[in-house]
Design a protein around this ligand. Structure first.
Ligand SMILES: NC(=O)CC[C@H](N)C(=O)O
Length: 331
Protein backbone atom coordinates (compact mmCIF):
# COMPACT_ATOMS: atom_id res chain seq x y z
CA UNK A 1 0.00 0.00 0.00
CA UNK A 2 1.38 3.37 -0.97
CA UNK A 3 1.68 5.64 2.02
CA UNK A 4 2.36 9.31 2.53
CA UNK A 5 0.17 12.34 3.02
CA UNK A 6 -2.92 10.87 1.36
CA UNK A 7 -6.08 11.60 3.34
CA UNK A 8 -8.15 8.98 1.52
CA UNK A 9 -11.13 11.25 1.24
CA UNK A 10 -10.98 12.65 -2.27
CA UNK A 11 -12.47 11.27 -5.45
CA UNK A 12 -8.97 10.38 -6.63
CA UNK A 13 -8.31 8.43 -3.44
CA UNK A 14 -11.58 6.61 -3.92
CA UNK A 15 -10.63 5.59 -7.45
CA UNK A 16 -7.29 4.42 -6.22
CA UNK A 17 -8.80 2.32 -3.40
CA UNK A 18 -11.40 0.96 -5.79
CA UNK A 19 -8.66 -0.36 -8.04
CA UNK A 20 -6.90 -2.10 -5.18
CA UNK A 21 -10.11 -3.66 -3.92
CA UNK A 22 -11.16 -4.82 -7.41
CA UNK A 23 -7.79 -6.54 -7.79
CA UNK A 24 -8.07 -8.22 -4.41
CA UNK A 25 -11.62 -9.42 -5.00
CA UNK A 26 -10.77 -10.89 -8.38
CA UNK A 27 -7.65 -12.54 -6.94
CA UNK A 28 -9.52 -14.12 -4.02
CA UNK A 29 -12.43 -15.21 -6.21
CA UNK A 30 -10.14 -18.03 -7.36
CA UNK A 31 -10.16 -19.36 -3.80
CA UNK A 32 -13.90 -20.02 -3.98
CA UNK A 33 -13.01 -23.27 -5.78
CA UNK A 34 -11.58 -24.62 -2.54
CA UNK A 35 -14.82 -24.21 -0.60
CA UNK A 36 -18.19 -25.96 -0.50
CA UNK A 37 -21.75 -24.67 -0.40
CA UNK A 38 -23.76 -25.37 2.75
CA UNK A 39 -26.06 -28.17 1.71
CA UNK A 40 -27.64 -29.23 4.99
CA UNK A 41 -30.22 -26.54 4.17
CA UNK A 42 -30.95 -27.86 0.66
CA UNK A 43 -31.74 -24.54 -0.99
CA UNK A 44 -28.41 -22.99 0.06
CA UNK A 45 -26.74 -25.70 -2.03
CA UNK A 46 -28.14 -24.02 -5.14
CA UNK A 47 -26.12 -20.79 -4.78
CA UNK A 48 -23.37 -19.97 -7.26
CA UNK A 49 -20.17 -21.08 -5.46
CA UNK A 50 -18.01 -18.67 -7.47
CA UNK A 51 -19.73 -15.55 -6.24
CA UNK A 52 -17.65 -13.13 -4.23
CA UNK A 53 -18.66 -9.58 -3.39
CA UNK A 54 -17.70 -6.95 -0.88
CA UNK A 55 -18.91 -3.53 0.27
CA UNK A 56 -16.99 -1.21 2.58
CA UNK A 57 -18.85 1.73 4.13
CA UNK A 58 -16.62 4.27 5.85
CA UNK A 59 -17.54 6.71 8.58
CA UNK A 60 -16.21 9.44 6.31
CA UNK A 61 -18.99 8.55 3.82
CA UNK A 62 -16.73 6.72 1.42
CA UNK A 63 -18.20 3.55 -0.06
CA UNK A 64 -16.22 0.96 -2.01
CA UNK A 65 -18.11 -1.93 -3.64
CA UNK A 66 -16.60 -4.72 -5.63
CA UNK A 67 -17.52 -8.08 -7.18
CA UNK A 68 -20.97 -9.64 -6.85
CA UNK A 69 -22.51 -6.88 -4.79
CA UNK A 70 -26.04 -7.08 -6.18
CA UNK A 71 -26.81 -10.69 -5.30
CA UNK A 72 -29.11 -10.82 -2.27
CA UNK A 73 -28.62 -13.68 0.19
CA UNK A 74 -30.19 -14.76 3.46
CA UNK A 75 -28.58 -13.43 6.58
CA UNK A 76 -28.51 -16.80 8.45
CA UNK A 77 -26.37 -16.76 11.59
CA UNK A 78 -25.59 -13.07 11.25
CA UNK A 79 -29.20 -12.60 12.43
CA UNK A 80 -28.02 -13.90 15.82
CA UNK A 81 -26.26 -10.56 16.27
CA UNK A 82 -29.52 -8.72 15.69
CA UNK A 83 -31.67 -10.97 17.89
CA UNK A 84 -29.10 -10.67 20.68
CA UNK A 85 -29.20 -6.87 20.44
CA UNK A 86 -33.02 -6.80 20.39
CA UNK A 87 -33.24 -9.20 23.37
CA UNK A 88 -30.82 -6.98 25.34
CA UNK A 89 -32.84 -3.88 24.43
CA UNK A 90 -36.12 -5.55 25.44
CA UNK A 91 -35.07 -7.48 28.54
CA UNK A 92 -31.89 -5.72 29.67
CA UNK A 93 -28.33 -6.99 29.40
CA UNK A 94 -28.40 -8.56 32.88
CA UNK A 95 -31.45 -10.68 32.14
CA UNK A 96 -30.00 -11.95 28.86
CA UNK A 97 -26.52 -12.72 30.18
CA UNK A 98 -27.96 -14.48 33.23
CA UNK A 99 -29.41 -16.97 30.77
CA UNK A 100 -26.79 -17.17 27.99
CA UNK A 101 -23.05 -17.09 28.64
CA UNK A 102 -20.34 -15.22 26.72
CA UNK A 103 -17.79 -18.02 26.26
CA UNK A 104 -16.55 -19.50 22.97
CA UNK A 105 -17.18 -23.22 22.59
CA UNK A 106 -14.43 -24.35 20.22
CA UNK A 107 -17.15 -26.58 18.73
CA UNK A 108 -19.32 -26.35 15.64
CA UNK A 109 -22.19 -23.83 15.86
CA UNK A 110 -24.79 -26.59 15.87
CA UNK A 111 -22.93 -29.02 18.10
CA UNK A 112 -25.16 -31.02 20.41
CA UNK A 113 -22.41 -33.07 21.98
CA UNK A 114 -20.79 -30.14 23.82
CA UNK A 115 -24.06 -29.24 25.54
CA UNK A 116 -23.90 -32.42 27.58
CA UNK A 117 -20.15 -32.96 27.67
CA UNK A 118 -19.38 -29.59 29.23
CA UNK A 119 -22.13 -29.68 31.90
CA UNK A 120 -24.31 -26.87 30.75
CA UNK A 121 -24.94 -24.14 33.30
CA UNK A 122 -26.33 -22.06 30.48
CA UNK A 123 -25.82 -22.06 26.70
CA UNK A 124 -22.27 -20.95 25.93
CA UNK A 125 -22.91 -17.86 23.86
CA UNK A 126 -25.63 -16.17 21.77
CA UNK A 127 -24.01 -17.16 18.45
CA UNK A 128 -24.09 -20.95 18.74
CA UNK A 129 -27.50 -22.38 17.92
CA UNK A 130 -28.29 -23.40 21.52
CA UNK A 131 -27.67 -19.81 22.68
CA UNK A 132 -29.40 -18.27 19.67
CA UNK A 133 -32.55 -20.37 20.18
CA UNK A 134 -32.58 -19.40 23.85
CA UNK A 135 -32.24 -15.72 22.90
CA UNK A 136 -35.01 -16.00 20.30
CA UNK A 137 -37.26 -17.70 22.84
CA UNK A 138 -36.93 -14.72 25.19
CA UNK A 139 -37.97 -12.08 22.62
CA UNK A 140 -41.16 -10.28 23.62
CA UNK A 141 -44.43 -11.34 22.03
CA UNK A 142 -46.60 -14.45 21.82
CA UNK A 143 -46.25 -15.26 18.14
CA UNK A 144 -43.37 -15.38 15.67
CA UNK A 145 -44.79 -12.30 13.94
CA UNK A 146 -44.81 -10.34 17.20
CA UNK A 147 -41.32 -11.48 18.15
CA UNK A 148 -39.93 -10.60 14.73
CA UNK A 149 -41.42 -7.11 14.54
CA UNK A 150 -38.73 -5.40 16.71
CA UNK A 151 -36.07 -7.23 14.68
CA UNK A 152 -37.52 -5.81 11.47
CA UNK A 153 -37.80 -2.38 13.09
CA UNK A 154 -34.12 -2.43 14.06
CA UNK A 155 -33.19 -3.52 10.52
CA UNK A 156 -35.25 -0.65 9.15
CA UNK A 157 -33.38 1.84 11.33
CA UNK A 158 -29.99 0.38 10.42
CA UNK A 159 -30.56 -0.10 6.69
CA UNK A 160 -33.06 2.62 5.83
CA UNK A 161 -35.54 0.06 4.48
CA UNK A 162 -37.39 -3.00 5.69
CA UNK A 163 -35.75 -6.18 4.36
CA UNK A 164 -37.93 -9.05 3.23
CA UNK A 165 -38.16 -12.70 4.12
CA UNK A 166 -37.04 -15.30 1.59
CA UNK A 167 -39.97 -17.68 1.86
CA UNK A 168 -38.24 -20.47 -0.08
CA UNK A 169 -35.23 -20.47 2.24
CA UNK A 170 -37.51 -20.39 5.28
CA UNK A 171 -39.40 -23.40 3.91
CA UNK A 172 -36.17 -25.25 3.19
CA UNK A 173 -34.85 -24.60 6.71
CA UNK A 174 -38.13 -25.63 8.25
CA UNK A 175 -38.11 -28.89 6.33
CA UNK A 176 -34.53 -29.73 7.34
CA UNK A 177 -34.75 -28.72 10.97
CA UNK A 178 -34.03 -31.99 12.77
CA UNK A 179 -30.81 -30.81 14.41
CA UNK A 180 -32.19 -27.47 15.56
CA UNK A 181 -35.23 -29.33 16.92
CA UNK A 182 -32.93 -31.67 18.81
CA UNK A 183 -31.13 -28.67 20.33
CA UNK A 184 -34.54 -27.16 21.13
CA UNK A 185 -35.71 -30.28 22.97
CA UNK A 186 -32.49 -30.30 24.93
CA UNK A 187 -33.12 -26.69 25.89
CA UNK A 188 -36.64 -27.57 27.04
CA UNK A 189 -35.30 -30.39 29.16
CA UNK A 190 -32.68 -28.15 30.75
CA UNK A 191 -35.18 -25.35 31.34
CA UNK A 192 -33.65 -22.68 29.12
CA UNK A 193 -36.33 -22.31 26.48
CA UNK A 194 -38.73 -19.54 27.49
CA UNK A 195 -41.25 -20.06 24.70
CA UNK A 196 -43.00 -22.93 22.99
CA UNK A 197 -40.51 -24.74 20.71
CA UNK A 198 -42.61 -24.38 17.54
CA UNK A 199 -42.90 -20.61 17.98
CA UNK A 200 -39.19 -20.35 18.79
CA UNK A 201 -38.17 -22.34 15.71
CA UNK A 202 -40.53 -20.42 13.43
CA UNK A 203 -39.09 -17.13 14.70
CA UNK A 204 -35.51 -18.38 14.44
CA UNK A 205 -35.83 -19.80 10.92
CA UNK A 206 -37.57 -16.62 9.81
CA UNK A 207 -34.89 -14.34 11.29
CA UNK A 208 -32.27 -16.48 9.48
CA UNK A 209 -34.21 -16.17 6.19
CA UNK A 210 -34.21 -12.38 6.05
CA UNK A 211 -32.63 -11.29 2.80
CA UNK A 212 -29.76 -8.77 2.72
CA UNK A 213 -26.92 -7.55 0.50
CA UNK A 214 -23.27 -6.81 1.20
CA UNK A 215 -24.17 -3.12 1.49
CA UNK A 216 -26.66 -3.93 4.23
CA UNK A 217 -24.01 -5.87 6.14
CA UNK A 218 -21.52 -3.04 5.70
CA UNK A 219 -24.07 -0.58 7.15
CA UNK A 220 -24.61 -2.84 10.17
CA UNK A 221 -20.84 -3.14 10.59
CA UNK A 222 -20.39 0.61 10.40
CA UNK A 223 -23.12 1.23 12.97
CA UNK A 224 -21.33 -1.13 15.37
CA UNK A 225 -18.01 0.54 14.57
CA UNK A 226 -19.71 3.75 15.74
CA UNK A 227 -20.80 2.06 19.00
CA UNK A 228 -24.43 2.02 17.90
CA UNK A 229 -24.72 5.69 16.86
CA UNK A 230 -26.01 6.47 13.39
CA UNK A 231 -22.86 7.68 11.54
CA UNK A 232 -24.84 10.42 9.75
CA UNK A 233 -27.20 11.77 12.40
CA UNK A 234 -25.53 10.75 15.67
CA UNK A 235 -28.84 9.21 16.81
CA UNK A 236 -28.43 6.29 19.20
CA UNK A 237 -29.82 3.24 17.42
CA UNK A 238 -28.22 0.62 19.66
CA UNK A 239 -27.24 1.55 23.24
CA UNK A 240 -23.47 1.84 23.49
CA UNK A 241 -23.06 -0.84 26.17
CA UNK A 242 -24.99 -3.36 24.06
CA UNK A 243 -23.01 -2.45 20.92
CA UNK A 244 -19.75 -3.00 22.76
CA UNK A 245 -20.76 -6.36 24.25
CA UNK A 246 -21.93 -7.42 20.79
CA UNK A 247 -18.52 -6.58 19.32
CA UNK A 248 -16.73 -8.51 22.07
CA UNK A 249 -18.91 -11.52 21.33
CA UNK A 250 -18.31 -11.18 17.60
CA UNK A 251 -14.56 -11.18 18.19
CA UNK A 252 -14.58 -14.19 20.52
CA UNK A 253 -17.44 -16.27 19.07
CA UNK A 254 -18.48 -14.72 15.73
CA UNK A 255 -16.63 -17.01 13.33
CA UNK A 256 -17.65 -20.25 15.05
CA UNK A 257 -14.74 -22.50 15.97
CA UNK A 258 -12.42 -20.45 13.73
CA UNK A 259 -12.89 -17.33 15.91
CA UNK A 260 -9.44 -17.57 17.51
CA UNK A 261 -7.72 -17.71 14.14
CA UNK A 262 -9.81 -14.88 12.79
CA UNK A 263 -9.00 -12.72 15.83
CA UNK A 264 -5.32 -13.56 15.45
CA UNK A 265 -4.91 -13.11 11.71
CA UNK A 266 -7.59 -10.51 10.94
CA UNK A 267 -8.12 -8.90 14.33
CA UNK A 268 -11.55 -7.30 14.02
CA UNK A 269 -15.02 -8.29 15.29
CA UNK A 270 -16.98 -10.22 12.67
CA UNK A 271 -19.90 -12.58 12.31
CA UNK A 272 -20.53 -15.06 9.54
CA UNK A 273 -23.48 -17.07 8.28
CA UNK A 274 -23.73 -20.32 6.32
CA UNK A 275 -25.11 -18.63 3.23
CA UNK A 276 -21.65 -17.06 2.87
CA UNK A 277 -22.17 -13.62 4.40
CA UNK A 278 -19.73 -11.96 6.80
CA UNK A 279 -20.20 -8.67 8.60
CA UNK A 280 -16.96 -7.16 9.89
CA UNK A 281 -16.46 -4.13 12.11
CA UNK A 282 -13.35 -1.96 11.88
CA UNK A 283 -13.47 0.57 14.73
CA UNK A 284 -11.66 3.91 14.42
CA UNK A 285 -7.88 3.67 14.88
CA UNK A 286 -5.66 6.26 16.49
CA UNK A 287 -2.35 5.20 14.99
CA UNK A 288 -1.14 5.03 11.42
CA UNK A 289 -3.05 7.97 10.07
CA UNK A 290 -1.83 7.17 6.57
CA UNK A 291 -4.20 4.23 6.17
CA UNK A 292 -7.69 4.44 4.63
CA UNK A 293 -10.87 4.20 6.72
CA UNK A 294 -9.01 5.43 9.79
CA UNK A 295 -12.31 6.76 11.24
CA UNK A 296 -13.75 3.24 11.12
CA UNK A 297 -15.80 1.28 8.62
CA UNK A 298 -18.18 -1.62 8.22
CA UNK A 299 -17.43 -4.39 5.76
CA UNK A 300 -19.96 -6.74 4.20
CA UNK A 301 -18.76 -9.82 2.33
CA UNK A 302 -20.64 -12.50 0.42
CA UNK A 303 -19.00 -15.67 -0.86
CA UNK A 304 -21.16 -18.79 -0.50
CA UNK A 305 -18.35 -21.36 -0.87
CA UNK A 306 -17.45 -22.20 2.74
CA UNK A 307 -14.45 -23.65 4.57
CA UNK A 308 -15.00 -26.63 6.87
CA UNK A 309 -16.09 -24.47 9.83
CA UNK A 310 -18.91 -22.86 7.84
CA UNK A 311 -17.31 -19.48 7.02
CA UNK A 312 -16.91 -18.03 3.51
CA UNK A 313 -13.53 -19.37 2.39
CA UNK A 314 -12.67 -16.56 -0.01
CA UNK A 315 -14.34 -14.00 2.27
CA UNK A 316 -12.04 -14.83 5.18
CA UNK A 317 -8.94 -14.69 3.01
CA UNK A 318 -10.03 -11.41 1.48
CA UNK A 319 -10.64 -9.89 4.90
CA UNK A 320 -7.29 -11.13 6.14
CA UNK A 321 -5.59 -9.46 3.19
CA UNK A 322 -7.42 -6.16 3.60
CA UNK A 323 -6.86 -6.10 7.35
CA UNK A 324 -3.11 -6.47 6.85
CA UNK A 325 -2.94 -3.95 3.99
CA UNK A 326 -4.95 -1.32 5.86
CA UNK A 327 -3.80 -2.16 9.39
CA UNK A 328 -7.35 -2.80 10.56
CA UNK A 329 -6.53 -5.03 13.55
CA UNK A 330 -7.77 -3.62 16.84
CA UNK A 331 -4.78 -5.08 18.68
N1 LIG B 1 -24.28 -20.87 10.90
C1 LIG B 1 -25.42 -20.50 10.40
O1 LIG B 1 -25.51 -19.55 9.63
C2 LIG B 1 -26.56 -21.37 10.80
C3 LIG B 1 -27.91 -20.79 10.54
C4 LIG B 1 -28.90 -21.85 10.17
N2 LIG B 1 -30.18 -21.22 10.01
C5 LIG B 1 -28.98 -22.92 11.24
O2 LIG B 1 -29.62 -22.73 12.20
O3 LIG B 1 -28.42 -23.97 11.11
Amino acid sequence: MVQGTVNWNTQLDKEWLQEYVDDWVSFYRKHTKEGKLASYIPILGKANPHHLGMAIHGKNGMIIRSGDVDTPFTIQSISKVISFIVACMERGVGYVLDRVDVEPTGEAFNSIMHLEMKSLNKPFNPFVNAGALTITSMLEGDTATQKLEPIYMLFEKMLGYRPSLNQEVYQSEYESSARNRAIGYYLIETGFLEEDLEITLETYFKQCSIEVTVDDLAKIGLLLACDGEDPNTGEEIIPRQIARITKALMLTCGMYDASGKFATYVGIPAKSGVSGGIVAVAPPRVRNQQFPFIEGCGIGVFGPALEDRGNSIAGIRLLKHIASQWDLSIF
